[in-house]
Design a protein around this ligand. Structure first.
Ligand SMILES: *[C@@H]1O[C@H](CO)[C@@H](O)[C@H](O)[C@H]1NC(C)=O
Ligand SMILES: *[C@@H]1O[C@H](CO)[C@@H](O)[C@H](O)[C@H]1NC(C)=O
Ligand SMILES: *[C@@H]1O[C@H](CO)[C@@H](O)[C@H](O)[C@H]1NC(C)=O
Ligand SMILES: *[C@@H]1O[C@H](CO)[C@@H](O)[C@H](O)[C@H]1NC(C)=O
Ligand SMILES: *[C@@H]1O[C@H](CO)[C@@H](O)[C@H](O)[C@H]1NC(C)=O
Ligand SMILES: *[C@@H]1O[C@H](CO)[C@@H](O)[C@H](O)[C@H]1NC(C)=O
Ligand SMILES: *[C@@H]1O[C@H](CO)[C@@H](O)[C@H](O)[C@H]1NC(C)=O
Ligand SMILES: *[C@@H]1O[C@H](CO)[C@@H](O)[C@H](O)[C@H]1NC(C)=O
Ligand SMILES: *[C@@H]1O[C@H](CO)[C@@H](O)[C@H](O)[C@H]1NC(C)=O
Ligand SMILES: *[C@@H]1O[C@H](CO)[C@@H](O)[C@H](O)[C@H]1NC(C)=O
Length: 475
């Protein structure tokens, strides 16, 4: 079996031209209004990053039988391949097979490539998961005070990391973590399936992630990130198995993803209360497109609840969701501080949903009692347009904060077909905004501007992350 599969490691992987991003991100904002292909042409020099070195986990003694622990092999592989970071980079190939391993760390200028029949299985032995420091913008672990279990696949302070494959699988085998979490048997916060922190130039593509311990993909304090062609499946219900959570990250592009989640499909975050405020690193310039989501207990796209470093310039479009609790959800609370502004969502098709639009200004949930209740979040400039939703319990539940109403809300060209249980379609308080061509008629706080009103805005410029192209690179 192994020899047959090894000889079949003949694949093509697509890698990124980062030159365009790097050049463009230094250009002033006014110069960004160019077509992507124009820019790439004008950028001149195309730089394709192909790795100089390639090895298979089998070279380090790994056995793909689903039973043998390969922790030593993965650690040896990473130690070996990290020496090439400065000399052409390296690819670690995971061939067909079921590869059980404890958590491991990535390195710079590195590609992890999974064969289509490769499954990396996360160890269920908690002793293999060391405790690491909490994130500085959270001040503590998310589940529990104190430190947290390491992430399954972790990277810190890296540049140019690609996690990809021919739709191979990374399986968190999360059931034991979920049970221990529910039974309050854990002493530390669960690790995430993939976390990259303080990193730049990250691609996660063409893979399937199943049954994560907690959040699936968590880039934090990072920039220039692409998540593309990823399938994420978690048992429903399973606690906090969010799909993709950009957290204090800039220039993010999430596209062509299919997510079935026990929590939010995508949750954009930026730190928690006083810790997030003092860390002060926003999530910004985020594109989400062609997302299909099933999130029965949570949101298709959530903003918050941890948003204390601010969230701005999010552009989401072409979203399909079925059987989800809410479409777009903004969650915040006094004490959070920060802001959520310039959020644009258009072209959503939703089927079976409790709330299409949900905003909550009293989410609660604080890291400790040291938060400042006067740190009021600013929510401003939220635009939703071209939405069709069927079998919905409530079109909008929009509840701001009395001392700081949510402002600049715009909803246009939205048709919500209510389910038979005839409830109040809209419930609004402490918000300000406008609407046009919305059915059923929104609440009085979103006065109808008439069918000839301008539709809600959606940015027409392109972001630097839009310019990044994939280039073919074969081994
Ligand atoms: C993912 O796979 C598809 C189909 O093979 C390919 O067209 C695409 O470029 C790949 N994307 C990345 C980022 O590897
Ligand atoms: C690890 O790297 C060295 C080069 O430093 C190389 O000679 C060796 O073969 C590698 N080990 C394995 C198991 O591939
Ligand atoms: C991974 O990196 C973290 C720090 O970023 C470190 O604490 C941990 O020991 C490393 N784990 C391994 C297996 O090298
Ligand atoms: C990683 O980067 C952060 C932010 O730049 C820095 O504070 C930290 O010391 C770096 N860690 C390492 C191990 O280099
Ligand atoms: C990848 O695998 C998942 C899980 O088997 C499947 O649902 C998905 O359709 C596959 N994606 C592609 C592009 O083949
Ligand atoms: C996820 O885990 C559950 C057990 O908790 C299992 O029944 C299911 O098959 C797993 N899903 C996948 C896609 O492996
Ligand atoms: C948590 O701590 C208690 C008390 O020290 C210990 O008995 C228990 O085994 C720990 N739980 C885990 C999952 O490590
Ligand atoms: C409509 O939504 C309800 C939940 O509100 C669900 O139970 C029902 O199955 C949905 N109907 C259809 C036809 O999907
Ligand atoms: C309204 O939204 C629908 C559904 O997304 C779309 O087909 C239609 O073109 C939109 N109408 C206008 C005037 O933009
Ligand atoms: C409507 O909003 C008020 C707060 O303004 C809340 O108390 C009430 O429960 C909401 N009603 C529904 C049906 O959600």
């Amino acid at each position: 079996m192994a020899s047959r599969t090894r000889s079949s490691i003949r694949f093509t992987v697509l890698l990124v031209i980062w030159m365009a991003v790097i050049t463009q991100s230094m250009a002033p904002v006014e110069c960004r209004r160019r077509k992507a292909h124009d820019h790439v042409r004008r950028g001149g020099e195309k730089k394709t990053i192909c790795r100089a070195h390639t090895a298979s986990v089998e070279d380090f003694g790994a056995v793909g039988d689903g039973v043998t622990s390969n922790t030593k092999a993965f650690h040896a592989a990473m130690a070996n391949l990290s020496q090439y970071s400065a000399s052409g980079g390296a690819t670690l190939v995971v061939p067909a097979g079921r590869w059980l391993t404890g958590p491991f760390n990535l390195t710079s200028h590195f590609t992890l490539f999974l064969h289509r029949d490769a499954v990396i299985l996360a160890s269920q032995d908690l002793n293999e998961w060391p405790i690491i420091d909490p994130l500085p913008s959270y001040g503590r672990g998310r589940d529990l005070p104190g430190g947290r279990y390491t992430n399954f696949i972790h990277g810190s302070n890296l540049t140019d990391v690609v996690i990809t494959g021919d739709n191979g699988t990374i399986d968190g085998q999360g059931e034991i973590w979920w049970q221990k979490f529910k039974n309050k048997e854990l002493n530390y916060t669960r690790g995430y399936l993939v976390e990259l922190m303080f990193s730049d130039q990250i691609v996660i593509s063409n893979l399937t992630f199943v049954n994560s311990t907690s959040w699936n993909i968590h880039p934090v304090y990072s920039s220039n990130i692409i998540v593309s062609g990823v399938t994420i499946l978690a048992k429903i219900p399973s606690p906090n198995t969010d799909g993709i959570n950009p957290d204090s990250c800039s220039n993010v592009r999430i596209e062509d993803c299919y997510i079935v989640s026990g929590d939010d499909c995508i949750a954009i975050k930026s730190g928690w209360d006083e810790y997030g405020i003092s860390f002060g690193m926003p999530s910004q310039h985020i594109i989400i497109r062609r997302l299909t989501c099933i999130s029965p207990t949570s949101a298709v796209i959530a903003l918050g609840s941890e948003m204390s470093g601010g969230i701005q310039d999010v552009r989401a479009e072409d979203i399909i969701a079925i059987n989800s609790e809410s479409g777009v959800r903004i969650k915040t609370s006094p004490g959070r501080g920060g802001f959520v502004k310039d959020i644009f969502v258009r072209r959503m098709n939703l089927y079976t949903m409790k709330w299409v639009f949900w905003m909550t200004g009293h989410y609660g949930d604080h890291p400790d009692d040291k938060f400042d209740p006067k740190a009021t979040p600013v929510i401003n400039g939220i635009s939703y347009s071209d939405v069709v939703a069927e079998n919905v319990t409530m079109a909008g539940n929009l509840l701001g904060i009395e001392a700081a109403p949510f402002t600049g809300i715009c909803i246009s060209n939205v048709t919500v077909d209510m389910s038979k249980s005839k409830k109040l379609p809209w419930n609004c308080s402490d918000i300000q905004g406008v609407s046009s061509s919305v059915s059923p008629t929104p609440c009085a706080l979103l006065p109808d501007q008439g069918s000839s009103a301008k539709p809600c805005p959606f940015p027409t410029d392109e972001l630097p992350i839009d310019y990044v192209e994939f280039n073919e690179c074969s081994y």
